[in-house]
Design a protein around this ligand. Structure first.
Ligand code: SAH
Length: 305
């Protein structure tokens, strides 16, 4: 359905078989500049995430949308045992480079990085663990699975009934050990659809290199089906990072990403439905209890298995 009315800018298909919006390498190349200062970014929520993990004695973490590895690295540095997966090899390339650069640090040497698509994640993770499964474990299970940074919204609603989303969430939960939890977020699309624009406050991406973000919404039969964000970076401020030729190439400092606009009520219902009645579900707005931030930029869901 999505493909018949809409094409992303990058037509690449990842090895994992799903459309990879990062396949042309442009967004991946600009991602660190888009994130801004890594330290500043992770400082905003490091304590919150680390507290959530330590409060539940979590040690083995799966970052299922690691991208260039920004959150994974923070967790490796904090002493967690981290496995990072992503469907885009162009994004993973940066995480792999960083692991190589810091390989002399034993915690980075132990950091696992694999290709993994949420729709086949149990298989993808299991096959990468072949040879490492011990104690008769059939399935690698994690104390916590993370899918953060508005990543989950990258998955298009292929069938028009959120069946892919349900499958992905079921896969995440299958990889969580009993008593562990899933941490998954999405932008505040209720607000984006109401205002038609991208809010300026952002807990993850605050770089001074961002010039502006254009927001377009595609409706199918009256229902918002896809929000596309065109990110324009500031060529002058990026020139010292990427060279002068870069600043002359207009296409190089723009990237486009499309998202399924998850609204809070629908997303909550879907999560609860897939997780079942025994799972405990809590929502935070910008990592604060719901209601504290008037219009949060992100909703973060915690599902305890
Ligand atoms: N968490 C990182 C990355 C965010 S970008 C950060 O905050 O910086 C979103 C990531 O989701 C991209 O790297 C993209 O490749 C990945 N992604 C999108 N669809 C996916 C899928 N079906 N399976 C696995 N990863 C996917």
């Amino acid at each position: 359905m999505v493909d018949s009315v809409y094409r992303t800018r990058s037509l690449g298909v990842a090895a994992e078989g799903i459309p990879d919006q990062y396949a042309d390498g442009n967004a991946a190349r600009l991602w660190e500049a888009y994130i801004g200062c890594r330290q500043e970014r992770t400082d905003q929520y490091k304590h919150w995430i680390v507290d959530q993990l330590r409060a539940r004695q979590c040690h083995r973490i799966l970052d299922a949308a690691c991208g260039t590895g920004v959150d994974s690295m923070m967790l490796v540095e904090e002493g967690f045992e981290v496995t990072s997966t992503d469907a885009s090899d162009k994004m993973l390339k940066y995480a792999l480079k960083e692991r190589w650069n810091r390989r002399k640090q034993p915690e980075f040497d132990r950091w696992q990085i694999e290709e993994g698509n949420w729709l086949t994640l149990v298989d993808d993770v299991s096959s990468s663990y072949v040879g490492q499964i011990s104690n008769g474990d059939q399935l690698p299970q994690f104390d916590a699975v993370l899918c953060l940074g508005n990543s989950f919204a990258h998955l298009p609603d292929f069938e028009g009934n959120l069946s892919s989303q349900r499958r992905a969430i079921a896969n995440f939960l299958e990889l969580v050990r009993p008593g562990g939890f899933l941490l998954i977020d999405h932008r505040n699309y209720d607000e984006i659809l109401r205002s038609g624009a991208v809010p300026t406050n952002n807990i993850y991406y605050n770089s001074s290199h961002i010039s502006h973000i254009k927001c377009s919404t595609l409706y199918i039969n009256g229902k918002a089906n896809m929000v596309t964000m065109d990110y324009y970076m500031n060529p002058t401020s990026l020139a010292p990072l990427f060279g002068i030729e870069f600043s002359k190439n207009l296409a190089a400092h723009h990237f486009r990403l499309s998202y399924y606009p998850h609204q809070l009520e629908e997303f909550t219902e879907m999560l609860r439905d897939v997780a079942g009645p025994d799972a405990k579900h809590t929502v935070y707005g910008d990592f604060r209890p719901l209601g504290e931030v008037k219009i949060p930029a992100y909703y973060i869901h915690v599902v305890e298995k």
